[in-house]
Design a protein around this ligand. Structure first.
Ligand SMILES: NC(=O)c1ccc(N[C@@H]2CC[C@@H](O)C2)nc1
Length: 252
């Protein structure tokens, strides 16, 4: 999957390109990451990419022209990478608090894309005319304001790349399925068996996989009911899960 990032701080992205599952996926070319700095598309000696806002007010606004050139260059790279740019296979995505809040179900659909061009703003934001002309999808990672779109862009890429078929291991994808059906995750345990007298739940040591699956599911249910009643109300159990739910009162 192709990713192009437009940012005045491209160095920030080593936080995902140099570590862990995502770093490995990029190294193995299971996903590609092109970093594009709008400053390289300026014509003046100061490489200006921001200006004072019309109408006054605090701060600076990112100018349309350097970003437009950077977006057009990103589209060329996407084309060269085989993305169906004209057919919407590689949307320009703007990260902002005004966007649609990112959810796992949105993430689940993204690997179907050929790629994404992620536009990261700084200062007070980006000239509205650039956004209206080029942005196809506006995404927020939550209802709070950050100093830039880079961290949201990395959150988005991490959530998508980890779900690419070649990246996710088998047992993780099974786990992913249970999680993505709208329940919170179950508790996890590993060595040592005894942590300050806190022991690992017996069922997890039993080797009885059906009982373990049932216990984990009921733990997810309990946790979701307690912490996210909104998710619980929307949850639709499978036939097997519905059977397990009948035993909920027997949960330890
Ligand atoms: N919640 C979010 O996903 C989010 C995204 C971007 C952001 N800040 C940038 C800086 C200027 C403007 O481009 C928007 N804050 C919060």
């Amino acid at each position: 999957m192709f990713f192009a990032v437009i940012s005045i701080f491209p160095e920030m992205f080593c936080a995902i390109s140099d570590y862990g599952v995502v770093g490995r996926a990029l190294k193995n070319q299971q996903a590609t990451l092109q970093l594009i700095n709008p400053r390289d598309f300026t014509n003046d000696n100061y490489r200006r990419i921001d200006e004072r806002p019309f109408g006054g007010g605090p701060g600076m606004v990112m100018m349309a022209q350097p970003l437009e050139k950077a977006i057009l260059y990103a589209k060329e790279l996407a084309l060269a990478a085989g993305c169906d740019v004209a057919g919407g296979g590689c949307p320009v995505v703007y990260l902002s608090p005004q966007g649609r809040t990112l959810t796992e179900s949105m993430v689940a659909d993204m690997p179907k894309l050929d790629g994404m061009i992620l536009l990261c703003g700084r200062y007070e934001g980006i000239d509205e005319r650039l956004l209206q002309r080029y942005v196809e999808l506006e995404i927020s990672i939550g209802d709070y304001v950050l100093t830039g779109g880079e961290l949201p862009a990395m959150v988005l890429m991490d959530s998508v790349i980890r779900r690419l078929p070649a990246v996710m291991s088998d047992e993780a994808s099974a786990q992913q399925d249970s999680f993505v059906d709208g329940l919170l995750d179950c508790p996890h345990y590993t060595k040592p068996l005894d942590f300050h007298g806190d022991m690992v739940p017996e069922v997890l040591l039993s080797g009885h996989h059906a009982n373990i699956a049932k216990w984990r599911f009921l733990q997810q249910v309990k946790r979701t009911q307690l912490r996210r009643p909104d998710l619980w109300r929307a949850f639709v159990p499978t036939k097997q899960q519905a059977k397990w739910l009948k035993d909920l009162e027997s949960l330890d």
